[in-house]
Structures are given as C-alpha cells and as structure tokens.
Design a protein around this ligand. Structure first.
Ligand code: DAH
Length: 333
C-alpha cells in the first residue's frame, strides 16, 4: 500500500514539474488551452491520477487529495500567468501593427466650391443684411404687368426695346430684370421697406464679352417717409466699398422709366468703365401702382448686375467664362 501512495505522490509531483515547464514554454493561447485540457480537463492527467486513488486505503486518500489540489492550483496559477503574458503580448503586437502615423498626409476628397456668381450673391446679401435689409424673391416667369406696366413702362414705351425678352404662348414672359419683385413685395407689405432680391433674368441680347441672354441681378428697394437721393448714394457707395474696397466709382445720370432721377454706376474693368448697376429714386407712378401715397412716401431702388460684379472683382475678361463649367476656370475661386 505504501508504495502505491508514494507512487501516486511521485506521479503528481512529476505532473506538476512537467506541467509548469510546458505552460511556461507555451507560445500561443491555443496551445495553452490545449495544455489546460491535457492537465486539468475531465479526462486530463490529474484526473487520471486521482482515478487511481480508489486503490488506496481510505485513510491515505486525504493526503493524495490535498496534494492533487495543490498541484491543480499550481498548474492553474501557471496557466493564468502565461495567459496574461500571452494576451498582453498579443495586444502589444496589435498596437504596434495598428499604429497611426498622424503626420502621414490624409486621403484627399474634393469638396467642390461656391460658384463665383453665387459667391458674389452671398457677399452682397451679407452686406445688405448688415445694413438692415431683408432678402426677398419673385418668379422668373412674369406677367407683362409686373415686369413692365406697374414699373411705369406701358406697351408703347420706347424703353421696352432695350429689354426685349422671351415671350411665352400664354402672354407671360421671362422677366427682364428683378425690378418686378419691387411691385410684388410692395403689394404685400407696408413701408418702411428695405429689401434685396437676387435672381436670374432674361433678355433677347446678343451674347458678347459683357452680355448674356440669361444673367443675374440683385434688386434693392427702400421705401420710407423722407428718403432722399443722398440716402441712395450713401447706401450704394457703402455697399461698393464693402464689396470692392477703394475702387474708383463713377455715378452717371441716366434714365429708367421706374425711377426719377436715375443714375448708373460704373467701375473700372480692363482699363475702362463698365456699367455695373442702375439706380434712382422710385418714380411716383410706381408707388401709386403699388397702392402707396407718393405724397407721403419716397424711396430709392437699384439693380445690380451680378456677372458684372464678378468680372470687376475677379478681373474676368469674358462673361461667357462664368457659364462654361470649365473647372480650370472655376477652381480659381
Ligand atoms: N432694372 C434695371 C435694368 O435691368 C436696373 C435698375 C435700374 C433697377 C434702376 C432699379 C433701378 O431698381 O432703380 O436695367
């Protein structure tokens, strides 16, 4: 009996020594799991030794039981230590391989950019909002009334010649200017009025370096008691100063059916003067058409050519470039 006892003890001690060595030398978590099964699993080496315990005298069993527990614990501790070390090493390797070099150039995604015409409109509206104006809009397809008649331009008026346009079968037309928004807005609101209205306009114009058949304007309208020409001039000058800085500006007397007196403003472009806007004091007939009392209210109005502004601001030599969708051109802005 004694031999059996010491034999089992020896076996357990051998298992401990052999197991600890194998566990310590283990290189992967998979191998480690295999070792755990081999030693501590249900049919593992420790269980096999314990199975032989049945042959022992019952009085000797506690000793082997205690030793077996000790060996199990030792192996478990070894397994745990190696597992922790292997896991740490694995994490370390992963971190190494996934290191992010923040100094590497990123992947470039083109964001596109604002078209120069929209850029001008955005800037102009920003400036006018800063001066207390509200943004308004109107339809591109207009009636003869809003585009001409209410703007003091009856059918036989010679000024219509300069604003021939595209007529629709139903008698409507594509608006020749954003001035139609003046009437539409006045009909819906009461003074004081301060609006800017950007939009597309159409003309039967021969296309050349400074003319297009479809272009953009920004309309301005201010109505109140006591507005005078100096208010108009001050507003326009301040706007142009914010838009262009200290560029030379020329005010020139002019004529529009819907303003009296009227003026045009020119800026320097390609070494000569280029007309960029028309303006004037709102004609009493226009105020009447909108249902306002011209004895009580006065106002000023202006129409800016967006393309012309872009041409002066960016010194663009030909208006057709802004419609050509040539990225080599558009990427410059
Ligand atoms: N509507 C004019 C045009 O397109 C520009 C203009 C001139 C607008 C004088 C105005 C103005 O509001 O007062 O040629």
């Amino acid at each position: 009996m004694a031999t059996q006892l010491s034999e089992l003890e020896t076996q357990l001690e051998d298992l401990r020594a052999e197991g600890i060595t194998a566990i310590a030398a283990c290189q992967t978590l998979d191998e480690l799991e295999q070792l755990r099964i081999n030693y501590l699993g249900k049919k593992g080496k420790v269980s096999v030794v314990l199975g032989a315990m049945g042959k022992l005298d019952p009085s000797e069993r506690p000793r082997i039981g205690a030793l077996a527990n000790e060996v199990k614990k030792a192996l478990e501790t070894g397994l745990e230590e190696t597992r922790t070390a292997l896991q740490r090493a694995q994490l370390e390797a992963q971190l190494q391989s996934e290191t992010l070099d923040v100094t590497m150039p990123g992947v470039y995604h083109s964001q596109g950019r604002i078209h120069p015409l929209n850029g001008i409109i955005d800037r102009a509206l920003d400036i006018f909002v800063g001066l207390g104006y509200t943004v308004a809009s109107g339809p591109e397809m207009e009636t003869d009334y809003y585009n001409f008649e209410a703007l003091n331009t009856p059918p036989d008026h010679p000024a219509r010649d300069m604003q021939d346009t595209f007529y629709l079968p139903d008698g409507n037309l594509l608006r020749t200017h954003t001035s139609s928004v003046q009437i539409r807005y006045m009909e819906q609101h009461q003074p004081p009025i301060r609006i800017v209205a950007p939009g597309r306009v159409y003309r039967r114009d021969t296309v050349d370096a400074t003319h297009a058949a479809v272009f953009h304007q920004i309309e301005l309208l201010a109505i109140e008691e006591g507005l005078r020409f100096t208010d108009l001039k001050g507003t326009i000058k301040e706007f142009l100063r914010q838009m262009f800085g200290d560029l030379p500006v020329r005010f020139r007397a002019s004529y529009f059916p819907f303003t009296e007196p009227s003026a045009e403003v020119d800026l320097q472009w390609q070494g000569k003067w280029l007309e960029v806007l028309g303006c004037g004091m709102v004609d009493p007939n226009v105020l009447k058409a909108a249902g306002y009392d011209p004895e009580k209210y006065t106002g000023f109005a202006a129409g800016f050519g967006v393309e012309r502004f872009a041409m002066v601001l960016h010194q663009i030599d030909d208006i057709r470039r802004v419609y050509a969708s040539d990225l080599r051109f558009l990427r410059q802005f």
